[in-house]
Design a protein around this ligand. Structure first.
Ligand SMILES: NC(=O)c1ccc[n+]([C@@H]2O[C@H](COP(=O)([O-])OP(=O)(O)OC[C@H]3O[C@@H](n4cnc5c(N)ncnc54)[C@H](OP(=O)(O)O)[C@@H]3O)[C@@H](O)[C@H]2O)c1
Length: 316
């Protein structure tokens, strides 16, 4: 099978197309014929070696934790998934190296779910990782956001933020998001009531004007500076989650929650996400579909930190 591998950590150029033996599904695994692989910041962080202390790697190392495709074969013990089924997965496994930038990937059936029927498999490849992250950040693992609440989402235009806006709106929240000037209309089209241009001045001033009684709920997807400034402006009793920066809860004794969420694979939640997509309330905002051979270009694009929505690699 064709796969994009790295033999060492480094710049995008270390991503190389290679022919490798196809994996075969072990007990409890399914073999997925990959249609598309989502590209996420964790991919370039892996490529740079930033996950080396947290996860063992195998070499040559195929990266990629986001996939949609069709089941080609199932290993022993798999009873609920069958060859021919369209599936998708947040394909994080214990070891990095047999990932989704490939024509085939073997994955534990426990983290693979039927793909949304309303999406083609190119789009579905950009849903699992970022969508599940937004789902968990807003859900019981994170903010436990409730209908009727108002939430500030730092970065409504990125992969995770674009799903967070839509999921929050579907759950009955009022959404205020941030984005650059070129993404204002896009973020409103996802359902945000207000979008703040973070380049036009301190976002705190606009938030304070929009919420004279104070900000109580915030989701940060941007990182250090935005995370800190957002937590600093929350009213007493407020709840804060970041997926990009760990803040010390002890520094915010007046807040009800200060959490970092690291997305966990979860088949049941993938099914709920698929149902939301099939209900028409969650779309995949694809900005780039590139061939697998252009994985390096996809990384370079993502590393600008200004791609809109999702970038996927079309494999089939
Ligand atoms: N903990 C976890 O489980 C987990 C899971 C997924 C992702 N993450 C992390 O979360 C972060 C976001 O991931 P992602 O996939 O959403 O990234 P992404 O798609 O690459 O984010 C790009 C977006 O960021 C926006 N942006 C950049 N600077 C901004 C700022 N100062 N304020 C507001 N928006 C800004 C850009 O919008 P403009 O062009 O309009 O500026 C762009 O649309 C990454 O660090 C990623 O590693 C963590």
């Amino acid at each position: 099978m064709r796969a994009v591998v790295i033999d060492q950590f480094g710049e995008p150029e270390v991503l190389q197309m290679r022919d490798l033996p196809a994996p075969s599904p072990a007990h409890g695994e399914v073999l997925v014929h990959v249609h598309s692989a989502g590209v996420n910041p964790v991919d370039y962080k892996t490529r740079r070696g930033l996950l080396a202390e947290r996860f063992p790697h195998t070499w040559p190392c195929i990266i990629g934790w986001d996939v949609a495709g069709v089941i080609e074969a199932v290993g022993s013990g798999v009873t609920d998934l069958r060859p021919g089924m369209a599936v998708y997965s947040y394909a994080r496994t214990a070891v990095i190296g047999r990932g989704c930038y490939a024509e085939q990937v073997a994955l534990p059936a426990a983290i693979v779910a039927p793909a949304p029927t309303s999406l083609n498999l190119t789009a579905a490849g950009g849903l699992a990782l970022a969508g599940l992250t937004a789902w968990q950040a807003l859900g019981d693992e994170g903010l436990a956001a409730q209908p009727g609440e108002t939430i500030l989402i730092q970065c409504g235009a990125g992969g995770v933020g674009a799903y967070a806006v839509q999921i929050a709106v579907a759950r009955g929240l009022r959404v205020i998001a941030t984005a650059g000037p070129h993404n204002q209309e896009f973020v409103r089209s996802l359902g945000a009531s207000e979008c703040i241009d973070y380049t036009a001045g301190p976002f705190e001033e606009t938030v304070a004007r929009l919420l004279p009684d104070g900000l109580r709920l915030a989701f940060d997807t941007v990182g250090p500076d935005a995370a800190q400034r957002t937590a600093d402006m929350l009213a007493p009793g407020g709840r804060f989650v970041s997926i990009a920066k760990t803040l010390d809860p002890a520094a915010y004794p007046h807040l009800a929650a200060v959490k970092y969420v690291f997305c966990e694979p979860n088949r049941g939640q993938l099914a709920e996400l698929a149902a939301l997509a099939d209900s028409g309330r969650l779309r995949v905002p694809l900005s780039e579909v590139l061939p697998l051979a252009e994985a390096a270009r996809a990384h370079a694009l993502l590393e600008t930190r200004h791609t809109r929505g999702k970038v996927v690699l079309a494999v089939r």
